[in-house]
Design a protein around this ligand. Sequence first.
Ligand code: 9YW
Length: 443
Amino acid sequence: MTCTRQASDEQIRQAAVKVLRLNDLGTMTTAAPNLYPHMWSWDAAFVTIGLSRVSVPRAIQELRTLLSAQWSTGMIPHIVFSDNATGYFPGPERWGTDSVAARPAGVRTSGICQPPVHAIALRHVVDRGRENGGSDQSAAEAFLEESFEQWMAWHRWLVDARDPDGTGLIEIHHGWESGFDNSPRWDAAYGRVRPGRVEPFTRRDTLHVADAAQRPDDAEYTKYLWLVQQMESVGYDDKLVPGLVDFRVRDVFFSAILAASSDGLAGLAEEIGHSTEAAELRRIASRFQNGVAATVDPVTGLARDYDVRAGEWISTRTVSGFAPLISGGEKALLEAQRDLLRGPEWMGYRGLAFALPPSTSPGSPAFKPRTYWRGPVWPFLNLLLGWASRRNGQEELCGELREASLCQLSDLAFGEYYEPFTGEPLGSLAQSWTAAAALEWLA
Ligand code: 9YW
């Protein structure tokens, strides 16, 4: 598919830098100007990747701010609240985390986590530092030394608290932990959630988008808050939550990211002489890589999540089915996945505005082209797929994702997500991780 860009590389670069500047509060970049006025954990990792192309010290600061919110358990919370805590619902009061002892003093956070993309971002920071040399290099290398144990604690917490039985898959307790909030992946699991009495609430997300129908509906939102209430009732205690929470799913995409990040962190560990930790991280990487590979549906070729409470595989056709491309694995599996991704159900679906994978396959009955995680294309995910395909030696796929992404992002809107067939930017505009993805693609 050929595509005509609406702006030059330099115009895209300048506009993307402007978005990151606009959303920069000094020591944290908000995920979006109005809709998300705080730091989100996995957004921060992508933002770091983009920032490292502009300023290595500022990129380091982003990760440092995130780490300042790490709980003593090792968990990195999914939201680090800025002082403007009123700008988003649910804020820290609703999360009830102020009384949790594991939370570091002076930082307000949510009580759950998001996919661990951070070590991949750290690798980018170190590489950019070394390319630039001088003070960038020394700052990046010093940060690696200084922060290493904290990343290690994060990966160990995930393994111990979220996969105590050694399945090779990470268990999540809220759709928000997946980062794919209302994806049809979670419909059956949410279908079994029966909320008790939920404290009254007023949403704010629907105030900031043109069309509320693009967002999760109120019934979905009530369930999201019910799960928060359940976890909050036991102070987010890792030992107690699994026994009481109504949502327990092994998330294949999250697990794949843990595999990829652990492998990346192992490489960094070796470079600074932490060989014991490097070996531990390689074991984690291979355990989760195997866990991911074992979920692949022999009929569809897509990886699957597993609903722990129902004892069922989840076979909805979403982009998370390409988890093996992220975790890495055997050549035959990676080739089959690549072919599927490029095929007629995904990047090659007839009529797409850009040859980029929709979050849910348009061939799936669950597909909704304008609704959040139910169909739209998410640009940051394409960057992650591109990064992984290059690591996998699949240069051609990476090139195709790059070309189509830059064409999409040349509208300079930096949408949160895009309608797959019209190419219309939806959700928030000037979304930070979308701008960051553009900067990295341009490099
Ligand atoms: C919410 C910030 C976050 C992302 C999630 C995405 C959305 C909204 O926005 O969540 O209210 O939590 O689903 O992946 O981190 O960009």
